[in-house]
Design a protein around this ligand. Sequence first.
Ligand SMILES: [Fe+2]
Length: 141
Amino acid sequence: MEDRLVFDSRYRVGVEQVDLEHQKLFELAGRIYDSISLDVIVPMHEIRTAINELIDCTRSHFAHEELLMENSAYPHLEDHRALHADLIARIEDFEIQAEKAELLTPVDVYEFLCSWLGEHILTNDRMFGEFISHRAAALHS
Ligand SMILES: [Fe+2]
């Protein structure tokens, strides 16, 4: 399994609201990691609660991020929206599986989170951060 996700400076995209929400997602992912890896038995309902919270946070985070992109006339908005839609579709699959608890393993959820938090933030979200910082620099020059 992947290591525990830690929100460090690499993951900062430079847009305050986005960074704060990403940090929150990392915290929730960390809770899922702990519940999987610590040598204590965590009741399944607690794991499911953490996963549901994560799903809610992810949905609202994507909506906020897309709104920020829309308001700043970000040229890659449609591509980014498609990436989010794909991630949401995969999260919805987890929701369906969560109803049938025996099919859902927290490890699957955690591995999925590592890939999207890692790859999506470090590539696609950071691209948006760079766009915002160039735009701000142009406005002030
Ligand atoms: Fe994003």
